[in-house]
Design a protein around this ligand. Structure first.
Ligand code: PIT
Length: 598
């Protein structure tokens, strides 16, 4: 499930789209819609290095911007596309890179970077939209003293833009033998000035037996090296003195996924002595305690648990905000991630029932709150066999938790990459599921706006049959009039979105048409051979559909007819979801599948 490959740009047309801010339509080599699109991602996934590379990014032609340092790793950015999105989020605004970060140049402009693997530890790069590289003495704007071997970290952060600092409550646990101390610290622009100062504050708070806190690690063993590392996906850290960090993941098995230190034995608050829960095991809690056990999506706004006594966030607090959640669920491995969310497997302790848990980092979706609100509001309203079901919602001051139905077969993107194309029967069954989900949404006037293979999960049944479930409602919204917000993913984006003439429900049918085409031949209908987004958009606007030989020679005429109807540039002649569902290519095969199942 993709959580990050989505683009949004307000066209500023006074439309009724949810965003009124300019952001960016971000292209990506991975979405450039040429035939190597799928292979690109797979190769990247295979070769990308796990270890983070510290690199600095400048803005093309910007003489005053001192650059932003990122620790780039395949853990942090699932793809090059996700990195471009993140850079867009941090570097682009109405003035700078208004079309988002689309190209990364080497510092001298001699080469374009096309994958994360090409980034070199300690090097500087220049981010551009589509314009050519502009020569500026970038490295003289800011001396890159953060390079490997540079002495102290204070310089490396002193002059950086600190835009990434958003209020965030972190938990720091003393490493070493149990019982361990843990403290909770609020980081924000007032409390976090430099990496060293935060280390000193943590030292003061946690008082390691071995003296000062020298190093901090995430629970999966990655060392924090700069202030920005506090503001990533992790919010629980291990603090070490000069001694060697002993990484014992099993120590955290019960809790580390929810990032909840229920193994904490001893806590300190500022100005108070320790007062600690004295359990090292996860407490057994009656099911439902502190949490709705209902499978019915709760009505009304997401519940917010207001801080109780002693939970003043400006102090180091004893309170563990996620405790009720981790008592109810055991959280497991990551099954998807993105810019400001991660999806993990989880198990309801009382029933053994497995779910998917989407954890949204509130600090990182600053300015995008309307999208999260839309997502939750829409998810709460929907219930359909071809749509991922929301089970319940909870939140802490820093995170939002969406417990959802678990689908274990991966997403259609991965399925396509491993099997290239499908039989007409399989493809038709998938279109049947997808069109069913769309019909249901459209009846409620909900437009998904980001239908693509990454957002379709594959359900595998014991008899070997498969079906699709639609997820990621991050861009979904209720249609009350023409929408103008430019969003989606280039390969699947409908012409009326690009034309900015106002769009509605039928953009989902267009995307479904693109997916149907890909399912049958393995490549998208509208492509730019040179990876140029303008070229791709031009193809989409023209809507000239071809079924090139030999790939399409063996495909039936009804399949081609249906795709042609779904990919009509003219919205009025484009099929509705109902028309797709009653098309012979779908009904015949759907019936066949039903028979197979009997
Ligand atoms: C799964 C398995 C998986 C991902 C998901 C569910 C995610 C689903 C999802 C994500 C959203 C959303 C709705 C559903 O709005 O790998 O069972 O962002």
């Amino acid at each position: 499930m993709s959580l990050s490959k989505t683009l949004e740009l307000d066209a500023g047309g006074g439309g009724s789209g949810p965003s009124s801010r300019g952001s960016s339509l971000v292209p990506s080599p991975a979405h450039s819609a040429n035939c190597s699109y799928y292979r690109t991602r797979t190769l990247q996934a295979l070769t990308s290095e796990k270890k983070a590379k510290k690199v600095r990014f400048y803005r093309n032609g910007d003489r005053y911007f001192k650059g932003l340092v990122y620790a780039v790793s395949s853990d942090r950015f699932r793809s090059y596309d996700a990195l471009l999105m993140e850079l867009t989020r941090s570097l682009a605004d109405n003035l700078h890179l208004p079309q988002g970060v689309r190209t990364i140049y080497t510092i001298d402009g001699s080469k374009k970077i096309t994958s994360m693997d090409e980034l070199v530890e300690g090097e500087c790069y220049v981010c551009a939209s589509n314009e050519p590289y502009r020569k500026v003495e970038y490295t003289k704007i800011s001396v890159p003293s953060w390079k490997p071997g540079a002495s102290r970290p204070e310089v490396r952060e002193g002059r950086e833009s600190k835009d990434y600092i958003k209020p965030k409550l972190v938990t720091v646990i003393r490493s070493g033998v149990k019982p361990r101390k843990a403290v909770r610290i609020l980081l924000n622009k007032k409390t976090a000035h430099s990496f060293d100062q935060v280390l000193a504050d943590i030292t003061e708070a946690i008082k390691l037996d071995s003296g000062a806190v020298k190093r901090l690690y995430t629970l999966d063993g990655k060392q924090l090296t700069c202030l920005q590392d506090f503001f990533g996906d992790d919010d629980v850290f291990m603090a070490c003195g000069p001694e060697k960090f002993r990484y014992a993941q099993d120590d955290f098995v019960l809790t580390h996924s929810t990032k909840t230190p229920t193994f904490v034995n001893e806590c300190r608050t500022k100005g108070s002595r320790s007062a600690a829960p004295s359990k090292t095991t996860t407490p057994k809690t009656p099911s439902g305690s502190g949490f709705s056990a209902s499978r019915t999506p709760p009505k009304g706004p997401a519940r917010t648990k207001s801080p109780g006594p002693g939970e003043n966030q400006s102090e180091i607090s004893l309170t563990n905000h996620t405790a009720p959640f981790s008592r109810k669920y055991q959280v497991g491995k990551v099954i998807g991630d993105g810019n400001f969310a991660v999806v993990k497997e989880c198990v309801e302790r009382s029933t053994g029932q497995e779910y998917a848990l989407k954890i949204i980092d509130k600090a990182r979706c600053c300015g995008k709150e309307h999208l999260i609100e839309n997502e939750v509001a829409v998810l709460r309203r929907v219930r359909h066999p071809s749509i991922i079901q929301l089970i319940e919602v909870d939140e802490t001051p820093s995170q939002l938790f969406l417990v959802m139905e678990l689908v274990k077969g991966g997403d259609l993107f991965d399925a396509i990459t491993s099997s290239t194309k499908y039989s007409e029967r399989d493809a038709s069954a998938m279109v049947f599921n997808l069109a069913g989900a769309i019909k249901y949404l459209h009846r409620m006037n909900i437009v998904h706006r980001d239908i693509k293979p990454e957002n379709l999960l594959v359900c595998e049944y014991p008899d070997g049959t498969k079906s699709l479930k639609l997820g990621d409602f991050g861009l979904a919204t209720v249609v009350e009039g023409p929408l103008y917000t430019v969003c989606g993913t280039p390969t699947y984006v409908a012409p009326e979105i690009i034309a900015e003439t106002g769009y509605g429900l039928k953009v989902d049918i267009w995307a479904a048409g693109v997916i149907t085409y890909i399912l049958l031949c393995g490549f998208p209908p509208f492509r730019s051979e040179n990876n140029v987004q303008e070229e791709l958009f031009d193809q989409i606007l023209r809507g000239k559909l071809e079924f090139p030989s030999p790939d399409w020679d063996a495909i039936s005429l009804p399949a081609k007819m249906l795709i042609s109807q779904m990919l009509q540039v003219n919205v009025d002649t484009r099929f509705t979801a109902e028309e797709v569902l009653s098309h012979p290519w779908v009904t015949v095969r759907a019936h066949t599948r039903q028979l197979q199942l009997l």
